[in-house]
Design a protein around this ligand. Sequence first.
Ligand code: HEM
Length: 416
Amino acid sequence: MSPSAPLALEHDFLTLDASDARFYQEENWAAYLCIHSTDPVYRVDAQFSRPFWNVCKHEYCKQVGMDLDLFSTEYGVHLEDTAFDLKPDESAAAAAQAAASDPLRAALFPPCLVDSATHKRYRAPVNPPFRHERIAGLEGAVRAHIRSVLDTVEPDVEIDFMTAFASRIPLLVTAELLGVSAEHEHDFEHWSRQIIQQSEPGFEPDWPALAAMVQFMRDALADRREHPRDDVISVLAQSGLPEEVVVGWCWLILIAGIETTGGLLGAGLDLLLRHPDQRARVVQDPALIRQTVAEMLRMISPGRYIRRTATADTEIGGHQIAKGDMVAMNFTVANFDPELFEDPLRFDIDRKPSETAAFSYGLHRCLGMSVALLESRIAFEELFARFPDIELCGKTVVRPTTATVVVERVPVVLRG
Ligand code: HEM
């Protein structure tokens, strides 16, 4: 197949353009099977971004994710990066320099958008508090937060599971981890949406809110320099990294797990409730929750794709990729690969898929993976222990987005 040959359309899909939010709707899942049977690496002349390569097979996503020198994050990690002011051919370094005269833009420059050597140096001090063993130590505190949220949930009436539970858990857990007060949870949610949505076409962030977020982190850092505690902000305050990088990590850690984990809980419950036999097994045997969460991650892929930019001419899956081409590691489609997952459109809690696909590959692999896995396991354990009978009483509403799953509403009745 020539580098820019279009994918053969043998079915009636919504779209094969992954810059279009309709690409990720459940009605479009059949398109993923066609992509796998035709060519899992194809060029998209996109409607909502510059043209890009949609890379839809795990082995090729891995090839891209593992080679940071050849596939750089420096030009952005989404098809659109409006808030960070990246112009199509501008590197992060150039954009950061241009933003230096504007302290807010400089503080909003995420530390993941730097070249591989710098990123390694920036990430090294942040890794230890996120190691699996350290995160496992939070089990008691996380369980206590989840129980306290369940205490506030009204049983036997229709509620929105997102507002009452799923959106709140990641906010409280992240606040615990960072060591900031959860009384600001509504601000955290708003800030998170402002950052997450900036990768959607045409979105204009609420700049005063983002300025407040940066100031909040600066204040917290100043406090921990004076009074260190056992939390991630204190680790960052002592890291010796430049001030703007430390501020960048603080807000990135705050927002990166809110929508993603909330979406996993909300869309995951929706999936399980639509499969009553499997739901009954999980409620009866909580030991199945870990593998159920892994299967939810496969079907939902809360971080749907991550973009890189080729720094030299190269090849992926037999296609010639030119220097400067945008390449999307499309985890969503990769997670429906029939060669790896038999009957991939079927939700099957006995499948036990590898968890790594949803969290990307290489040095940028999700910093909060152990946090997300811990909190979602405990959330479902506690939810089903308290409310073994849950009824889905309407259609779950998912916002039309491309980069990150945003679940707006899951109408349910919880019964004890
Ligand atoms: C189900 C939940 C989550 C999913 C699916 C998810 C997925 C991802 C993905 C796909 C990336 C991109 C990696 C790349 O550029 O290759 C990422 C990065 C990141 N995630 Fe997560 N994430 C989740 C939860 C969390 C949580 C709970 C936290 C923090 C508490 C977190 C913090 C981060 C950070 C800081 C990065 C940037 C890492 C870097 O570039 O070095 N994530 N995540």
